[in-house]
Design a protein around this ligand. Structure first.
Ligand SMILES: [Zn+2]
Length: 239
């Protein structure tokens, strides 16, 4: 059964006690934006003539298609960007959170590729923000992603890391470049959030593995999201 407008309206406050149990997912392809600190589009890391921003966008679009087919679990899936975003109305990173909140996001996944000056650096890893109010659910979400992601490259150690990553934050944070505080408290409405580093774009083997497995990667991330959602319906369907 599709969860339609009627149920959404009930959640919005008609007060008959029906809970929204189908989940809204927002996928955030990293970079690909200009912002208040720079007027040029940020390509993210660059390796082998390829931009991180383009690779993660391709995979995010594939992932959106796979999640949209999971109608038993997922009500809707959205991307924070469908291409490059020039001059978003909100500051860097915060605009991504604003999109998620506007879509009534339950589960948020930001997708990136790593880079390092030494080409030997390699591996895959997943982060969640241990300072955020949704840290307990985010830890479970990160664990589910870790379990399902089968790309045949090494895991970095530890594979699941905690960080104060701003795009996952649910608190006020300070821009190191501008020296001003930004308010991410609206993001508290997001129940679980993680950031996946698919592999190192600066490492030839990692980059090839990612490029050769875009559809598989989307499939593994889809399985991770669905596995988390189906195992944690109580937390996701709460008031
Ligand atoms: Zn990145």
């Amino acid at each position: 059964m599709k969860v339609g407008e009627q149920q959404q309206q009930q959640v919005a406050g008609t007060g008959n006690g029906v809970q929204r149990c189908a989940v809204v997912v927002v996928i955030d392809p990293g970079h690909g934006d200009s912002h208040d600190e720079s007027t040029t589009i940020d390509p993210g890391a660059v390796g082998g003539g390829l931009n991180e921003s383009d690779i993660v966008l391709d995979i995010s679009k594939l992932l959106k298609g796979k999640l949209a087919a999971k109608t038993d679990l997922i009500e809707s899936v959205h991307l924070t960007r469908e291409g490059n975003v020039d001059n978003p109305s909100q500051p860097k990173l915060l605009w991504r959170q604003q999109v998620a909140v506007a879509k009534k996001c339950d589960v948020f996944l930001s997708i990136h590729m790593n880079s390092f000056e030494k080409a030997s650096a390699n591996g895959k890893e997943v982060f969640y923000n241990h300072k955020s109010s949704n840290k307990a659910e985010s830890a479970k979400f990160a664990s589910a992603l870790y379990t399902e992601y089968k790309l045949p490259i090494a895991w970095r150690q530890p594979p699941i890391k905690t960080s104060g990553l701003s795009v996952l934050a649910t608190y006020k944070w300070k821009s190191t470049k501008l020296g001003i505080y930004r308010d991410s408290t609206i993001f508290q409405s997001v129940k679980a959030a993680a950031l996946f580093e698919l592999g190192f774009i600066s490492n030839d083997a990692d980059r090839k593995a990612v490029i050769d497995n875009k559809d598989n990667i989307a499939g593994w991330l889809c399985e991770g999201i669905c596995s988390y959602v189906s195992a944690n319906r109580a937390a996701l369907c709460g008031p």
